[in-house]
Design a protein around this ligand. Structure first.
Ligand code: DP6
Length: 333
């Protein structure tokens, strides 16, 4: 057993979203999804097992974490302990190089880095598929932060095998994700609770029924680097997920007025010839995906956009990877 290991992982942005579970206990998503890792935004996590500990301890960006967030991590640690048949507790230290509470979900990068560092510290050597399948129990989208670049999370409905695989490497297509931050507050209903309501929307069945078609279009748009096709399917998929959210019982409204204003501005910018598209997760912040030629013009417009308090950006990112324990891995680049 190694005792201590450290890993980094990037968050990801989904073009075809995961929203809803077909099997809550086994964390099987209602539909497959496709995403891109975001380079430059990085979570670094160290796991150190210690025979003197009575329970796992978690520090996140220097703060000691207790309550529900700690329990969620401890439950995930239990799963790894069971896999290794080693029943020790650990110090877990996690740091994001993007501003805390910046409105960028860190559960994907957080649980991907934790899965890799935790299993390595326990002396387990898992394949990328095994790690991805494990990470999804921490957070579904974490399964997509294990492989590199452009990623598809597929579930076999017969076997229940469910993990993400790279469909193209990070350097396949030089897209940029510019994230327009409207709010740094914690959202009142997180994805984990919100998606349990998906089936209460009359639109969810239609969304799921059409998902294979959207996945196919998205996959081939990525493989062919067809921005117009990617743009159309990404916006449709985001709008469909938010239509489900808004028509759930109770309804979930994640957008702010500024989010909608920016989506409408994107439609105008597109008609002027700017190659940019939008997508939103369970929050008000708008991910603007563009090509490098569009980047300067886009950043200028978005930074000046009413209500935008910060803009982060990153190109397609690599896989979760182990880093030396003393390496500081999270310094912004
Ligand atoms: C809207 O992966 O955060 O970002 O599995 O319950 O932890 P849990 O949910 P999570 O949900 C992500 C939802 C989304 C869409 C997506 O990233 O696919």
């Amino acid at each position: 057993m190694i005792h201590k290991a450290s890993a980094i992982a990037h968050p990801n942005i989904a073009f075809i979203k995961y929203w809803g579970l077909r099997d809550e206990e086994n964390r099987l998503p209602a539909n497959d999804s496709i995403s891109m890792n975001i380079d430059g935004l990085t979570t670094r996590t160290s796991v150190e097992f210690d025979t003197s500990l009575q329970e796992d301890q978690l520090s996140l960006n220097g703060d000691e974490i207790t309550g529900k967030s700690l329990s969620r991590v401890q439950k995930f640690m239990d799963r790894m302990r069971q896999l290794a048949d080693i029943h020790l507790f650990a110090y877990i230290t996690s740091e994001n190089n993007f501003p805390t509470g910046a409105g960028v979900a860190s559960s994907a990068s957080g649980f991907a880095a934790l899965a890799l560092a935790g299993t390595a510290a326990l002396g387990l050597d898992l394949s990328s598929e095994e790690l991805s399948a494990l990470a999804r129990f921490g957070s579904g989208s974490a399964s997509r932060s294990i492989p590199s670049g452009f990623v598809e999370w597929h579930t076999d409905p017969d076997t229940g095998e469910s993990y993400a695989k790279s469909i193209a490497p990070a350097d396949h297509w030089h897209l940029v994700d510019c994230i327009a931050i409207f709010s740094e507050d914690h959202k009142p209903v997180g994805s984990q609770a919100g998606m349990l309501l998906a089936d209460t929307s009359p639109f969810q069945a239609a969304r799921l029924q059409d998902s294979t078609r959207r996945l196919e279009i998205c996959r081939s748009a990525i493989l062919n680097k067809d921005f117009a096709a990617l743009s159309a399917i990404t916006e449709l998929d985001s709008n469909m997920m938010h239509a489900v959210m808004m028509t759930s019982k109770p309804p979930l409204f994640y957008w702010q007025p500024g989010s909608l204003a920016l989506m409408k501005a994107v439609k105008e910018w597109q008609s002027e010839g700017l190659e940019v598209t939008y997508t939103l997760d369970a929050g008000p912040n708008v991910h603007l995906i563009c090509i490098p030629n569009t980047f300067d013009a886009l950043i200028e417009r978005v930074s000046a956009f009413p209500g935008v308090i910060n803009v982060l950006h990153g190109k397609p990112g690599g896989p979760a990877k182990l880093v030396p324990n003393e390496d500081s891995g999270t310094s912004p680049n």
